[in-house]
Write a protein that binds this ligand. Structure first.
Ligand SMILES: Nc1nc2c(ncn2[C@@H]2O[C@H](COP(=O)(O)OP(=O)(O)OP(=O)(O)O)[C@@H](O)[C@H]2O)c(=O)[nH]1
Ligand SMILES: [Mg+2]
Ligand SMILES: [Zn+2]
Length: 341
């Protein structure tokens, strides 16, 4: 059998399974909604999604008489993917309530999955706290990917190095190098340690009265940081694996917490990779802030910035205006995007 035939057959099977699954989900959904409609539903009210579990969400009732009470609500399939931070209209039910509408998002952080879908991570956010640590080992390419997402979605990044208590002579130089890489292009890098409770005031000042989502690898201390910022909130934290010194994916679903001084913090599950295959090359390059003055200045319109003569970006590297390491990181992203296409 030819390769093409096989692929087409496979595609047909995948589509069939997907269709059946969607139909089953819709049927189940309709049944639950019918049951809900048959019961007494309260009036339409505004709410905020605090957390998301498959077909259900926890909604905080916005009206003052509820005193911040949280209601478990069912989602209707036609509403699309709702996420922590979404503002919704909901109705109270006997056991679970139901979401009837979602209000437009001001911003959203999206994440492409390995299955080829785009999944929202959090909505209506002002800050993305890109968290990294002394261990697990930080990867500048992952930080760069998050920065691209921030720059393209118009959400301000906060770069945060946690576990500063683990800085030693053995890693100091490498860490300073990493910090310089970002400070040289205009990003502030905050340093913190939850064990020593250091750097918390500066972090708090950046997040006060804003809605912020903590992102980064598993085990960098996202949940630990929120626990220190919000005493009384007791999120589960997990030790790194003894063998690999990587996180064990302790947080499994994003959750929003209010700051007593105003603003919200969203804890999110750690990730291994942050793919960018949903973005065009011409967009991704815009996510590298220091490249911006040189974009469109190359001699050739279709310049790939690899070896072409009169390439404005290569010239900028030569003159030291752009670092070789950020350029390599950009190339790695483009290569991985092309590979997945
Ligand atoms: N030495 C040191 N350890 C820390 C610090 N902050 C957190 N940890 C430890 O790092 C480990 C991981 O912390 P978590 O808060 O669970 O990390 P996370 O980023 O939420 O991980 P996921 O939920 O898996 O994504 C725990 O053992 C924490 O005690 C710190 O400042 N210094
Ligand atoms: Mg966590
Ligand atoms: Zn060029």
């Amino acid at each position: 059998m030819s390769k093409r035939k096989l692929t087409r057959r496979q595609a047909w099977r995948v589509e069939k399974i997907h269709k059946e699954r969607t139909e089953r989900a819709l049927k189940k959904d309709t049944k639950i909604i019918e049951q809900l409609d048959a019961s007494e539903l309260g009036p339409e009210e505004e709410g905020l999604i605090i957390s998301h579990f498959g077909k259900q969400v926890d909604v905080e009732a916005t009206a003052p008489e509820h005193n911040g009470k949280i209601y478990r609500c069912h989602l209707r399939t036609h509403l699309g993917q709702l996420v922590t931070g979404d503002k919704v209209i909901w109705r109270q039910g006997a056991e679970t309530g139901v979401i009837v509408a979602v209000l437009p998002r001001s911003t959203q952080l999206q994440r492409p999955t390995n299955q080829g879908e785009l999944k929202p991570v959090a909505a209506n956010i002002d800050r993305i706290v890109i968290t990294f640590a002394i261990e697990p080992q930080p990867f500048s390419n992952l930080i760069d990917r998050y920065l691209v997402a921030c720059e393209l979605s118009g959400i301000t990044p906060v770069l945060l190095l946690n576990k500063a208590d683990l800085i030693s002579d053995a890693n100091r130089e490498e860490i300073n190098h990493l910090i310089d890489r970002y400070q040289n292009i205009g990003y502030d890098v905050l340093t913190a340690s939850t064990t020593l409770e250091k750097g918390m005031d500066a972090l708090h000042a950046q997040l006060n009265n804003k809605t912020s989502v903590f992102v980064g690898q598993s085990g960098v201390g996202k949940s630990s940081l929120i626990n220190v910022l919000l005493p009384g909130v007791d999120i589960k934290v997990g030790e790194l694996s003894e063998q690999t010194r990587k996180g064990k994916h302790t947080t499994t679903t994003a959750r929003l917490f209010h700051m007593p001084t105003g603003g919200d913090l969203i804890d999110s599950p750690g990730i291994r990779e942050f793919a960018l295959w949903h973005l065009e090359e011409s967009k991704i390059i815009q996510g590298f802030v220091e490249f911006k003055p040189y974009i469109g200045m190359c001699k050739f319109r279709d310049c790939k910035h690899t070896h072409e003569p009169k390439c404005a970006l290569l010239e900028a590297i030569e003159k030291g205006h752009i670092s070789e390491s950020r350029m390599n990181s950009y190339r790695r992203i483009i290569a991985s995007v092309n590979e997945s296409k």
